[in-house]
Design a protein around this ligand. Structure first.
Ligand code: MN
Length: 290
């Protein structure tokens, strides 16, 4: 199933995506977070909902989870990206956080903050945690996953590299776009065989496959869950391949008007314009009412 959160009559609503249409779900299903928590009970009822379809192209899509739980992200997780940054191949997984307030709709503008000069893209597959858990064994990791999305780990390099902790450079508002919907795990039998691409203004910058992950999704879940409980609605950004703007000679960063598209096979594409920050981003209002 492909599950989407969208604006319907001024309210956040859930839907099932079928082709180019959304089948809206009745409000009693609650939010996407409710749905993830109650998935085993709701799954069947949900797949049989019928309603007049709404064209996908006619609505604004919100982040599938407007207020995700933890946003965890792994760094330096494709060999070609490790090389372009000049870093050593990591022997241990390198984890950082993006803040949940960075969540952004799949087509909502990516805001280039007044205080940052070097904003970059990172095309990634994103894992949405389902029942989650603590100390999850590698062989049980698949069962902890609810679904998958495309995502952009937007990174303000000047902030990221200014200190040894990357969190601030990774956490600006609007810098965690993901979506366009959640494809449930049953539709992704092998998450380690999906093409991941990024285009800026139509120019292909990244082109790889999740088969090239250094630490795969199961390794990642097993590793981080030794430390913290993974909960329904947590997100994992699984790393980006080579081709980021920082790795170009000379580096090229995002500017006002750039159109950034991230696509992942089977999961869909997110595409948004970059906009210089002129005021407090409007979308904050939208998220608070969700
Ligand atoms: Mn990343």
């Amino acid at each position: 199933m492909k599950l989407v959160t969208f604006v319907n009559g001024g309210q956040a609503a859930l839907g099932r995506v079928e082709g180019a249409e959304i089948i809206p779900l009745p409000p009693q299903f609650g939010s996407m977070m409710d749905l993830i928590i109650r998935w085993p009970q709701l799954r069947e009822a949900l797949s049989s909902v019928t309603a007049p379809p709404i064209p996908l192209a006619s609505v604004r899509l919100l982040p599938p989870l407007p207020r995700p739980g933890k946003i965890l992200a792994i760094g330096l997780n494709y060999a070609d990206h490790v090389r372009e940054t000049g870093a050593e191949m990591p022997s241990r997984q390198i984890w950082f956080c993006k803040q949940p307030t960075a969540a952004n709709g799949p087509h909502d503008p990516i805001v280039l903050p007044k205080v940052a000069r070097e904003v970059d893209y990172e095309a990634e597959m994103v894992v949405v945690i389902g029942h989650g858990g603590r100390a999850i064994a590698r062989e049980d990791a698949r069962a902890a996953v609810f679904g998958y999305c495309a995502g952009n780990d937007v990174s303000a390099r000047d902030w990221q590299m200014a200190t040894s902790q990357w969190m601030l450079g990774k956490s600006f508002d609007t810098h965690a776009p993901f979506g366009p919907w959640i494809t449930t795990a049953d539709e992704v039998p092998d998450p380690h065989s999906l093409g991941v691409r990024c285009f800026v203004n139509g120019d292909k910058r990244q082109d790889s496959n999740t088969s090239n992950l250094v630490f795969n999704v199961w390794d990642q879940i097993a590793h981080v869950s030794q430390v913290m409980t993974l909960e329904p609605g947590d997100l994992i950004f699984t790393g980006t391949p080579g081709g980021v703007g920082m790795g170009m000679q000379p580096p090229v960063y995002l500017k006002d008007g750039d159109l950034v598209r991230v696509e992942v096979d089977r999961l869909g594409a997110i595409e948004a314009f970059c906009r210089n920050e002129v005021q407090r981003p409007e979308r904050i209002k939208g998220v608070l009412t969700v």
